[in-house]
Write a protein that binds this ligand. Structure first.
Ligand code: NDP
Length: 383
C-alpha cells in the first residue's frame, strides 16, 4: 500500500488521479489532498478519500467542517507540508503554473517520488529540480502523456542510443482556421479542445502550442536529451502520444485513446504495471493516423518557447511567467489570442538572461516577467 499526496486534487489531473485510486484501493491510499481556493470541491474529496491532511493553499479553512480523521490547514506552508507528508510515498504534483516549483523541490528533497504533471516545475527550475532529486534521493516520473509515452518507449534503451524524441501535438482547435480568423478567437473558441478535456490554462496553451514548447523543455530535463534531438509533430487524432527514434533507425511509439488516467497510473507504478479498466484501443475503430509539421507562423508561441529553452538559464522561467499572465488576461477578455505570443516575445526580448543557481534566480525572473507582461498588455488597446 503506497501513500499518495495529490497536490491540485480538485483539478482535471486530480480527477484522473482519483479515478486511478478508486480502481486500486488496495494499492494506493490518499494521505494528503490540496486545492487552491475551491473548498467545496475539496470537502467532497475529503469525504470520499478520508486523507490525513487537507490543504486550501489560498483561502481560509471552512468553519463548518464535519468531524472526521482529516486535519484541515491553509496557506503556503501547509501546501509544502502536504508535499513532504511523512506518510506519502508518492506526491502527484497537479498544480498549475510556476506555483508548482517549490512543492516539487520540497518533495524531492524529502526523498519522495514525484509524479509530475506540473511541467512548469521543470521549465522554470529544471537544474534545481534535478539537483533536488539527486541530493534528496527523490525521483521524478512524468504524468504528461507525451513524456509518459517516451518513458515507456525508452524502456530497455540507453539514452545514448536515442537519435531523437518526437513529441506529438494535437494542433489544438485552430489548426485549420484561416490565419485572419485567429486574430478574433474568443476564450470559448480556445477552450474547445478537439481531443483532450483539461484545465483552462493547459487548454489555452494547447491552442497556442505554448504547451508543446513547455513539453520540449520538460523532455530536455527529464531525459537529458539536447534540444537538437527533440522535435514536435502535429498528430490531430492524439492516438500516438509520442515516439522515440533510436540510432539504428527503429521508431518506437506508445499509443492509446486519449486519457490521462493511464499516464497517471504508470507514474504511480513505474516500472511495474497494474491492470486498469479504461477504453481499449482498437486500431480499426481508431481510424487513420495522420501527421503534419508544426506551422510556426500560425503558432509563434511554440517557436518562442523552444528558443527560450535553447537559451537556457532563466529564459524558460520568463517564457513561462509571461505566458501565464497573458493566458490569464486572454481568459479574462483583456488580451487577444495573438496578443499572448506578442507579450511573450516582448518579455523575452527585454530580459537580460542569467543562470539558474538558486530558487531566488527563478523567482526574480518570474516576478520581473509578470510585471513586464502586465505593463506590455496594459499599453495595448483593449480587445
Ligand atoms: P486544473 O486547473 O484543472 O487544476 C489545478 C489544480 O491546482 C486545482 O486543484 C487548483 O485548485 C490547484 N491550484 C491552481 N493554482 C494553484 C496555486 N497557485 N496554488 C495551489 N494550488 C493551485 O489544472 P490541470 O489539472 O489541467 O493541470 C495541472 C497540471 O498538469 C498543469 O501543469 C498542466 O499543464 C498539467 N497537465 C494537465 C493535463 C490535463 O489533462 N489536465 C495533461 C498534461 C499535463 P482549485 O480547484 O482550488 O482552483
Amino acid at each position: 500500500m503506497k501513500g499518495v499526496a495529490i497536490l491540485g486534487a480538485t483539478g482535471s489531473i486530480g480527477a484522473s488521479a482519483r479515478a486511478v485510486l478508486r480502481q486500486h484501493p488496495d494499492r494506493f491510499r490518499a494521505v494528503a489532498l490540496t486545492a487552491h481556493r475551491n473548498a467545496g470541491a475539496l470537502r467532497e474529496l475529503v469525504a470520499e478519500l478520508r486523507p490525513s491532511l487537507a490543504v486550501i493553499a489560498d483561502a481560509p479553512v471552512p468553519g463548518d467542517l464535519p468531524p472526521g480523521p482529516t486535519e484541515w490547514r491553509s496557506g503556503r506552508q501547509a501546501l509544502l507540508d502536504a508535499a513532504t507528508h511523512p506518510h506519502a510515498d508518492i506526491v502527484i504534483n497537479a498544480l498549475v503554473g510556476a506555483a508548482g516549483l517549490e512543492p516539487t523541490l520540497a518533495a524531492l528533497r524529502a526523498g519522495k517520488r514525484v509524479a509530475l504533471a506540473n511541467k512548469e516545475s521543470l521549465v522554470c527550475g529544471g537544474p534545481l529540480v534535478l539537483e533536488a532529486a539527486r541530493r534528496g534521493g527523490g525521483a521524478l516520473t512524468p504524468v504528461d502523456s507525451e513524456h509518459s509515452a517516451i518513458l515507456q518507449c525508452l524502456s530497455g534503451t540507453r539514452v545514448e542510443d536515442v537519435r531523437r524524441l518526437v513529441l506529438t501535438a494535437s494542433g489544438g482547435p485552430f489548426r485549420e482556421w484561416p490565419l485572419a480568423r485567429i486574430g478574433a478567437v474568443t476564450p470559448a473558441d480556445a477552450l474547445r479542445h478537439p481531443t483532450w478535456n483539461m484545465g483552462a490554462k493547459v487548454t489555452i496553451d494547447s491552442a497556442t502550442l505554448a504547451n508543446k514548447a513547455l513539453e520540449v523543455i520538460e523532455a530536455h530535463f527529464l531525459f537529458g536529451v539536447g534540444y537538437d534531438r527533440i522535435e514536435a509533430v502535429v498528430h490531430p487524432q492524439s492516438i500516438i502520444h509520442s515516439m522515440v527514434e533510436t540510432v539504428d533507425g527503429s521508431v518506437l511509439a506508445q499509443m492509446g485513446f486519449p486519457t490521462m488516467e493511464i499516464p497517471v497510473l504508470y507514474a504511480l507504478t513505474y516500472p511495474e504495471r497494474l491492470p486498469y479498466d479504461a477504453r481499449r484501443y482498437d486500431p480499426v475503430a481508431g481510424g487513420p493516423l495522420t501527421f503534419e509539421a508544426v506551422d510556426t507562423a500560425r503558432f509563434p508561441a511554440f517557436a518562442l518557447g523552444v528558443q527560450a529553452g535553447r537559451a537556457g538559464g532563466t529564459a524558460p522561467a520568463v517564457f513561462n511567467a509571461a505566458n501565464e499572465v497573458a493566458v490569464a488576461e486572454f481568459l479574462a477578455g483583456r488580451c487577444t489570442f495573438p496578443g499572448i505570443a506578442e507579450a511573450i516575445s516582448d518579455a523575452l526580448d527585454r530580459w537580460p538572461n542569467g543562470p539558474v543557481d538558486t530558487l531566488d534566480d527563478v523567482l526574480a525572473a518570474d516576478g520581473w516577467a509578470r510585471r513586464a507582461t502586465n505593463d506590455f498588455l496594459n499599453q495595448l488597446a483593449p480587445c
